[in-house]
Structures are given as C-alpha cells and as structure tokens.
Write a protein that binds this ligand. Sequence first.
Ligand SMILES: [Ca+2]
Length: 300
Amino acid sequence: MLARAKRMIQSITPGIGRALLTSIGILLLALPVTGDTPPESFKKLKNRLTADGFNRDEILALYRQSEVRFDSRSVGLFFIHSESKLNYGQFATPKSISKAQKYQQTHIEPLARTEAEFGVDKDVITAIILVETRLGERLGKSLVFNTLSTMAALSDDTARKHLWSLLPEERRLPKEKYEKKADRKSGWAYNELKALLNYTLNAGIDPTAIRGSYAGAMGICQFMPSNISRLAADGNGDGRVDLFNHEDAIASVAKYLRHHGWKSGQGYEKAYKVIRRYNNSRPYAETILTIAKLLKNSAE
Ligand SMILES: [Ca+2]
C-alpha cells in the first residue's frame, strides 16, 4: 500500500491492513530506532488532555510508564516517500483461501449470527479479516498509545523539528508538505488519542498495553479508536467490546459496513463502494470481493 500507501495512510477509515507492514518492513529499517525521546516531548500534550477533562493524575501516571515514548519509527512512516506496494495477490492463493475456509468453520456460528443480524455477507467479513490481520495472526507491533501520542505531539514545534531531523533526507517529504501534513495529522491523532483513552478507561483496559498498526489501527478488524464507540459491536454478548475477540471483531466489521450502506443482495458496484469506506483503496476493495467470491464458490 505505499505508492498507494501514501494515499492510503491519508485515507484511513477504520484501519490500515496489518499486511501493509509486510510490505513496509524495509522502510522501518530505514528509520531510526527509537529511544530518541526529545526532552519533554509530551509535556504540552499532557496539559492539553488534562485541560480537556482527563484526570491529571491518571494522565501523568500513564505517561510515566516505561514503555511510553516518542515513537518516531511508526510515525515517521507517514512522512517518507516509498515505492513499496502491498502484494494483494498473496491473499487469494489456494493456501490463503484454505485458511479462510478453516476460519469460517471455526467461527461458523458467530459468522452466521452476524450475517443474519446485519445482513452482511459472511464471506466479505472473512475476507476483510483475512486481509487486515491474516485472520487475527498479525495484529501489529506498535503501541497505539505511543503512535497516537507522538503524532498528536507534532502540533508542538519542538517535537515536529525533532521528528524531521530523524527522517532520512533522501526519503522525507519536502519541508512544506511535511509541515502541512503534520498540522493535519496531529489534529487527527489527538482526537484518536482521546477516543483511545475514553474507550480503554471505560472498559478498564490499560491504554498503554494495546498494540496495533503503525497508524494506530487496532484489533482483529483494525479499527481506529474513534470508530469503536459508534461502530464496534459486542458480538459475543458479554457486555463489552473487545476488538481482540473474534466474535466482537466479526460483528464490528458487519456493523461498520452496514453503517456505510451495505445492503443484503446488493450488486458488485455497490458492494465495492461500501468496502472502500473500510479502506479507501481500489485494489483493496477488489481483493476483498475476489476472496469473498472464491469462498462462496468453494462452499457450493
Ligand atoms: Ca464482547
């Protein structure tokens, strides 16, 4: 996803396929190893969160945790050029389809229940979970809290200059574009960070323990935190939404697609458009529909 990836990063809807990381692994190597925290990088961010109503002691305690740091490695990926592309063909191979079929057998009951409740094709749900996280096997290694805090901190000049200095000169965006993007993405990340904190604090989850994509998407279905309160679903009926639980993730994909206009029995074009709301990429949507068709045919 990276000629691609650049565009896609800008247009994340619920999440960015974890598979993307496979294709950009090499980029990660090009970026500096972190441990490069600029002094007081999160000071203004902590004050802002407190001013916005979060409990000061809780916020200070979170940012004191040893694993919390300025994550230039993940966030730097938003600001460099790359020609890497994700090979979507890998998801439609016989081996991959066979794994998806096994997944459908394992989760036959929740998939059927979700299809009945939301009217969303179980083959499409399975295809999305396959491409996003290889059916839950690749959930991402970045700490979502660090990614979002780092991006949000770029509203501050010191943090912004620090990240700029770490980006490889031959790969980074022109300075003007970097500034514009940092403006836009820091505002976006701050809202996502607040959504992450609201979700985790309400659910009794440690926000600093959640890993996800380098862009902050989390769980088996790779939702951005801001989508959780409105569009995630409690598929197993235990009273809480856990995007690392397969039943909840299955139901959440369906709820998201239905919210964006999915109708049972719709044609290819309409299905294609709704899937692009999940991830705004032509090859992504085409791949999902190809996989869904292969799954459907194999079941007949
Ligand atoms: Ca649940």
